[in-house]
Design a protein around this ligand. Structure first.
Ligand SMILES: Cc1cc2nc3c(=O)[nH]c(=O)nc-3n(C[C@H](O)[C@H](O)[C@H](O)COP(=O)(O)OP(=O)(O)OC[C@H]3O[C@@H](n4cnc5c(N)ncnc54)[C@H](O)[C@@H]3O)c2cc1C
Length: 397
């Protein structure tokens, strides 16, 4: 029987990086992946283009009960390390917006190819179509029961690394395996939920949103914790778009979020300037440069948009300013794990060594990537975490 120094369960971003780095250090690894191809989420990420890091990654871009936990791993593997790692192997990055780096070729599969190439060169063992079902602690390490192409097999190693990701998108192989194993070994789990996920609107207002379906507006979306300035997208079931996905990670059921629909201007100042110029333009003409016709029609259902500014009373002006700058939304819920980009919550960081990601409860057991209570913003942060975690574990095993 082959002898492995470590078994990695989960051949996604973190598991691939971990296996590749371990291979380059001369360590013999078995990487077990349930899908027929490694890196399924890398392949679909960023619309098939893979936003593989963010130039401005910092711990403030992560949701966690303990974001400071990231310091040690991020000191070991930096943005420059990610850029260098991919550049050295032929992927040059190009920044799209807000520090988001994509391969210049726009092909996520180039990213996966780098990892499969390293695994081959370093003669690592990759089992595809292989689902880990059970982990048992043995005297010398761990035994893993695997269904490999439907057949039962057991494998052993001294060290075991769980990189099975989070719960989003079951059809891509997502599972709660890491969370189950963590619980088995006495770890606590920070409650999990979909994150970077669209939000739904139901009830009377739903129709108003549905009428705007397809309209994208540059906004500031905020709550009492955080704000994001990016586009929102109206849909026939609610709200999506980058700013909504971002705030969804900070939203809890029943809470309100607020939208400043005109974040770069103060409507009261614009109205005053128009008044000073005679006030002959209507409210609609004043805001027309900033919104689509459909949005203006939707506004007209609420405010007298054809009124001349000269005749606009102070009360109506205040109401309009409040509506435009602090548009209130009470989402009914979110679109769930199938539409979420990541999971928030996960294995409690307090019970992991922050440098190595080894369990403080069981020697030789490691967790990496999305299964840990570390959730990045939209924009390449989640991969930066997955790469860095994979690297840190590989140094220790
Ligand atoms: C649509 C979409 C787009 C995204 N785009 C981006 C982006 O552009 N930039 C970014 O930074 N992040 C993006 N993300 C998030 C990113 O993909 C994840 O944060 C990242 O892949 C997590 O890495 P991971 O290794 O922890 O888990 P994963 O990459 O999810 O890998 C886990 C692997 O474990 C396997 N597995 C699970 N259970 C078992 C088992 N029992 N046995 C064997 N194998 C198992 C799964 O099949 C999977 O391949 C996106 C996510 C989605 C859903």
């Amino acid at each position: 029987m082959e002898k492995y120094e470590a078994i990695i369960i989960g051949g996604g971003a973190c598991g691939l990086m971990c296996a590749a780095q371990a291979g380059m250090l001369g360590k013999k690894i078995l990487l077990i992946e349930g899908n027929s191809k490694p890196g399924a989420k890398i392949l679909i990420s960023g619309g098939g283009r893979c936003n593989y890091t963010n130039l401005y990654t910092g711990i403030e871009n992560f949701v966690s009960e303990n974001p400071k936990f990231l310091h040690s791993v991020f000191n070991q593997w930096t943005i420059e390390d990610t850029i260098h790692f991919f550049e050295e192997r032929g992927i040059k990055g190009k920044e799209k917006t807000l520090g988001q780096l994509f391969p210049i070729t726009n092909k996520a599969r180039d990213v996966v190819k780098i990892f499969t190439g390293i695994l081959e060169e370093t003669r690592q063992t990759l089992w595809l179509n292989s689902k880990a079902e059970k982990v048992t602690k043995t005297e010398k390490g761990f035994e893993v029961l695997v269904y490999k192409e439907g057949k039962k097999q057991t494998v052993h190693a001294e060290k075991l690394i769980l990189t099975t990701g989070g719960l989003p998108v079951a059809k891509m192989g997502a599972s709660d395996f890491a969370l189950q194993v963590a619980k088995q070994f006495g770890h606590t789990i920070v409650p999990t939920a979909p994150a970077l996920v669209p939000l739904t609107i139901t009830g009377k207002e739903a129709e108003w949103y549905a009428a705007l379906s397809g309209n994208s507006v540059f906004c500031r979306v905020y709550n009492d914790k955080i704000e994001f300035e990016e586009n929102i997208l109206f849909t026939h079931w609610g709200l999506s778009g980058p700013a909504i996905l971002q705030i969804s990670s900070y939203w809890r059921a029943g809470e309100k979020i607020y939208i400043n629909l005109l974040p770069k201007h103060d409507i009261s100042t614009l109205i005053q300037e128009e008044r000073n110029a005679g006030g002959s333009r209507t409210l609609k003409q004043l805001v027309k440069p900033f919104f689509t016709n459909r949005f203006l029609e939707a506004m007209a259902g609420i405010f007298p948009m054809d009124i001349k500014i000269a005749s606009l009373g102070k009360k109506k002006e205040r109401e309009f300013a409040k509506w435009l700058h602090t548009f209130e939304v009470i989402p009914a819920g979110d679109k769930g794990y199938d539409k979420a980009e990541v999971m928030r919550g996960g294995v409690n960081t307090q019970e992991l060594n922050p440098r190595t990601l080894e369990s403080k409860k069981t020697e030789g057991l490691y967790f990496g990537g999305e299964c840990i209570d570390i959730t990045g913003w939209l924009g390449g942060y989640n991969f930066q975490w997955a790469w860095a975690a994979g690297y840190a574990i590989a140094q220790d095993i």
